[in-house]
Each structure stands twice: as structure tokens, then as C-alpha cells.
Write a protein that binds this ligand. Structure first.
Ligand SMILES: [Zn+2]
Length: 265
């Protein structure tokens, strides 16, 4: 066999389409049933997770995807299930571009029972499964509620509820310049950033290129939520934290009263 043919066979194994990219959506066990909202104290790396809620939307989502691709950054899209069937092509593009697809319920309800919450999660996942052949990577409650029926249902299923540390405040219908400022000004290592690419959020889509350029100037890069979780997990494990998300215990002093007495003298 000529050497160049052997190389070709190595690169394109029979039976697996060469364009299939399967990103790792594994989330470490310490996140199980957690509400992820506070900053992981002391996290040193300029890595964040940009997230976009309430899509997919045929107008705004492609603009966001184009900007992310130009800048080579990854994001997580928390989808409303009932919008998925009509926009399945966009969801496939998210996956092909290396982003993560999150579950943001079927129809974005706030007040519901735990059973209804479970059905909302399952129905959204079924739509995502139909579009991309795999379940969602992660979950976020509509409105960021932490104790309504759907938040309880998620917890009972072991799903973490990924809220955010920085909000773009783009639901207040502010302009793209203000949205970009809200993100870049308050960004901190390890942050999850809330934005929206759903219907009506054109100003956010317009702000994304400015946000990405600002992040890059400040040395930040964005990864998917599952990848951020794995980076946190490794960092916490290195610090000897084997459970939970709290990186440092209060320092233990063997006799805390002694230094105080000394200083009073
Ligand atoms: Zn939402």
C-alpha cells in the first residue's frame, strides 16, 4: 500500500463521518443537585462561560453564533424546548461549532408543581434529543428561580441549576453599548455570564462582538459551562476540596485569643 493511502485511511476511519465533533459535556459529581450561583472564591484563571438564554431564535442566534465563531470562543445556549423543532438546524450548528446546549424548560414557566417541572425538563430534552441526537448538557431554571417546582424537579434528578455571577441586564431593554459595558466591566475569573439570544434580543446580538473584543483585550476566554465545571473541579481538587464548591475553609487557629491579647499590650 502506498504510504499516502495509509495516511488517508488513518485520518478517515471507515464508518465514522469525519465532520462529527462530539464535545465533552461531562459535569463532575461535585455539582450534582447544586445551585451554581456564587463565585468560586480565589479562582485565578481568566476563563468564563458566556451563556445565552431563551433561544433558539432565527434572527438573533445566527448573529451570536457568527460572532463566537469569528472570535473562536465557546458558549452555552439554554434553549426553550418549544422553539427547538422549528430551529433544529441552529441547534445542530451550535453543536458543530463546539458550544454546549442547555435545557431551559419547554415553555419557560415560573409557577408550577414539581411534577409539571419534571415534564417541562423532559419535554425540552426530548426536543433537543430529536434535533441533535443527545440530551442537553446542563440546566438553568426559567427566571433563575431556585425553589419553584422546576428547580425542585431538577434537584431531584441530580441536575445542577446553573445561574450566573454576572448579568448583562439585557432583559431591561437597554442598548447594545450598555449591555456590553455590563458584561466587560464586571467580569471576574470563573464567572458565568447571563445574556439572551431569544426573540426580541437584537441589542444583545449586536453587543456580542464588542463583548468578545473587550474580553480578549483583558485576556479572558469563554468555554462551555461543562468545561468550566471541569476546570473548577480540577482546581478545587488541587486545593484539597473533594466535595462541594467552597474552595477555602476558614483558617483554623490553634489558640485564637493569644494574638489578640498580645496586641492589646
Ligand atoms: Zn429564560
Amino acid at each position: 500500500m502506498p504510504p499516502h493511502l495509509a495516511l488517508f485511511i488513518l485520518l478517515v476511519p471507515v464508518g465514522s463521518p469525519p465532520s462529527t465533533v462530539v464535545s465533552d459535556w461531562t459535569i463532575p459529581a461535585r455539582f450534582r443537585s447544586q445551585t451554581v450561583v456564587g463565585r468560586v472564591k480565589g479562582f485565578p484563571e481568566k476563563i468564563v462561560a458566556l451563556t445565552f438564554d431563551d433561544g433558539p431564535d432565527r434572527r438573533n442566534t445566527p448573529m451570536v453564533l457568527d460572532a463566537l465563531k469569528r472570535h473562536g470562543q465557546k458558549a452555552t445556549f439554554f434553549l426553550i424546548g418549544e422553539q427547538v423543532p422549528a430551529n433544529a438546524e441552529l441547534v445542530r450548528r451550535m453543536v458543530a461549532d463546539g458550544h454546549a446546549v442547555g435545557n431551559h424548560s419547554w415553555s419557560h414557566p415560573y409557577r408550577l408543581s414539581r411534577d409539571e417541572g419534571l415534564r417541562q425538563i423532559q419535554r425540552c430534552d426530548a426536543a433537543i434529543m430529536q434535533a441533535i441526537g443527545r440530551k442537553s448538557a446542563c440546566f438553568r431554571t426559567p427566571g433563575g428561580f431556585t425553589d419553584n417546582g422546576i428547580a425542585q424537579a431538577a434537584r431531584s434528578q441530580g441536575l445542577p441549576n446553573f445561574l450566573w455571577m454576572v448579568s448583562s441586564a439585557d432583559t431591561r431593554r437597554i442598548g447594545s453599548a450598555a449591555i456590553a459595558r455590563n458584561v466587560t466591566r464586571y467580569l471576574h475569573p470563573g464567572d458565568i455570564v447571563l445574556m439572551h439570544d431569544g426573540p426580541g434580543h437584537r441589542e444583545t446580538a449586536l453587543a456580542v462582538p464588542t463583548i468578545l473584543a473587550g474580553m480578549e483585550r483583558n485576556g479572558y476566554r469563554s468555554v462551555t459551562v461543562p468545561e468550566l465545571c471541569r476546570i473548577w473541579d480540577r482546581w478545587l481538587a488541587e486545593k484539597g476540596v473533594n466535595k462541594g464548591l467552597k474552595p477555602t475553609q476558614p483558617p483554623k487557629l490553634s489558640s485564637p485569643s493569644k494574638p489578640r491579647r498580645a496586641s492589646q499590650r
